[in-house]
Design a protein around this ligand. Structure first.
Ligand SMILES: Nc1nc2c(ncn2[C@@H]2O[C@H](COP(=O)(O)OP(=O)(O)OP(=O)(O)O)[C@@H](O)[C@H]2O)c(=O)[nH]1
Ligand SMILES: [Mg+2]
Length: 393
């Protein structure tokens, strides 16, 4: 039996849940799929243990990997990534966030803004998530007056990071009670989805540009070959197209294009896809590599950037950095070590915004305006934007 082809009837958007560990992102994700499947507008219910399905996730009760689910509202088709909140898995969070058109920031009404609430907002801003809707979760258990304070606190946090905190939709929800089918709380999920539908605009998609897909994940389908997944940054792709995998340095042909298990005739910028690549060994390709139209981009190692060095209060360093500093750079889905050059006397203190030259350990497709995060020893220490790219090798 051949699988049903994906029919594009509505604009497609990539959104996701982010926020501090245990604030209820996975529960809310399950609740959204349940409410929508019962409403019949599209998508199937994905229970909690189908989202956090790795044994270690079930055992520890936390999300480690990025999980994708699919659903539809009246007006849109969504791919939704459920991101991990635990500080140890920020690496997976940044990769997932790099593909989002908008995000649902989940904040527990009981706990308020916590360290990874703030870190996720900062990282989202940096990797180009332009629109955030807030879900004040666990509102079933929270005192309404305290919840008002949490709401103020979240709005301030958003404003501090350049989001319009005053006008951001904030919806009080209970993922847990909505899963139980309590009408008050399923109604709140509907209100949250309406807010996402209205507040997050459909982005301009660069479908006319040469194809480019940052690889988020690599899998093997027994008997068929190596599959890469991710959201298409620009251009289109169809079966038979020649592509190159930058990072793996292989040229190949796309032999399958699917979204959520459904074959696609043509996938375009914004779509969350799985591409089957002919004759590429599984271990040749990794997260962070880029699949692109042949010859369309030249990966580079040298660039200059404006970088904000996080203050100590924001979880950043205690001491300044100077030339010779070698942190990890998180660019699209890649993390690559880089040498920082601040000039001979240059020093950047926590809280400073500086211009730096960077030499990456591995070449990547770079362009002015590209945002990135800088991390070191498991914490985020800086946030930057590429200003110029050097053409030296
Ligand atoms: N009272 C109440 N508890 C909730 C609600 N949503 C989630 N919880 C509980 O909060 C705990 C954490 O929920 P998760 O959905 O795993 O949280 P998470 O944000 O996905 O956690 P990580 O992915 O590990 O960061 C669980 O015990 C849930 O049952 C809610 O709306 N109300
Ligand atoms: Mg989770």
């Amino acid at each position: 039996m051949s699988k049903q082809t994906y029919v594009r009837t509505k604009p497609h958007l990539n959104i996701g849940t982010m926020g501090h560990v245990d604030h209820g992102k996975t529960t809310l994700t399950a609740a959204i799929t349940k409410v929508l499947s019962e409403r019949g507008s599209g998508g199937t219910y994905v229970p909690f243990d189908r989202i956090d399905r790795a044994p270690e996730e079930a055992e520890r009760g936390i999300t480690i990997n990025i999980a994708h689910v699919e659903y539809e509202t009246e007006t849109r088709h969504y791919a939704h990534v459920d991101l991990p909140g635990h500080a140890d898995f920020i690496k997976n969070m940044v990769t997932g966030a790099a593909q989002l058109d908008g995000a649902i920031l989940v904040v527990s009404a009981l706990d308020g803004v916590m360290p990874q609430t703030a870190e996720h907002v900062l990282l989202a801003r940096q990797v180009g998530v332009d629109h955030i809707v807030v879900a004040l979760n666990k509102a079933d258990a929270g005192d309404p007056e305290l919840t008002d304070l949490v709401e103020l606190e979240v709005r301030e946090l958003l404003s501090a990071h350049g989001y319009p905190g005053e006008s951001t939709p904030v919806v009080r929800v209970s993922g847990l009670r909505a899963l139980d089918g309590d009408p008050r709380w399923t109604g709140a999920i509907e209100a949250l989805l309406d807010a996402v539908d209205f507040y997050v605009p459909t982005p301009v998609r660069y479908t006319d540009a040469p194809f480019l897909l940052p690889v988020e994940n690599v899998l093997t389908i027994t008997g068929r070959g190596t599959v890469v997944t991710g959201a298409i940054e620009r251009g289109t792709v169809r079966v038979g197209d020649r592509v190159e995998v930058l990072g793996a340095d292989v040229a190949t042909v796309v032999t399958g294009v699917e979204t959520f298990g459904k074959p696609m005739e043509v996938a375009e910028a914004g779509d969350n896809v799985a591409l089957l690549l002919r004759g590429v060994p599984r271990d040749a390709v990794r997260r962070g590599h880029v699949v692109a139209a042949p010859g369309s981009v030249v990966p580079r190692r040298h660039f200059t950037a404006r970088v904000y060095v996080l203050s100590t209060d924001e979880g950043g360093r205690r001491t300044p950095v100077s030339t010779g500093y070698r942190p990890q750079f998180y660019i699209r889905t890649a993390d690559v070590v880089g040498d920082v050059d601040l000039g001979l006397t240059g020093v950047a203190r926590p809280g400073d915004t500086v211009t730096m030259a960077v030499e990456l350990g591995r070449a990547l497709p770079l362009e002015p305006g590209l945002g990135f995060a800088i991390r070191e020893g498991g914490r985020t220490v800086g946030a930057g934007t590429v200003t110029t790219v050097s053409d030296r090798p």
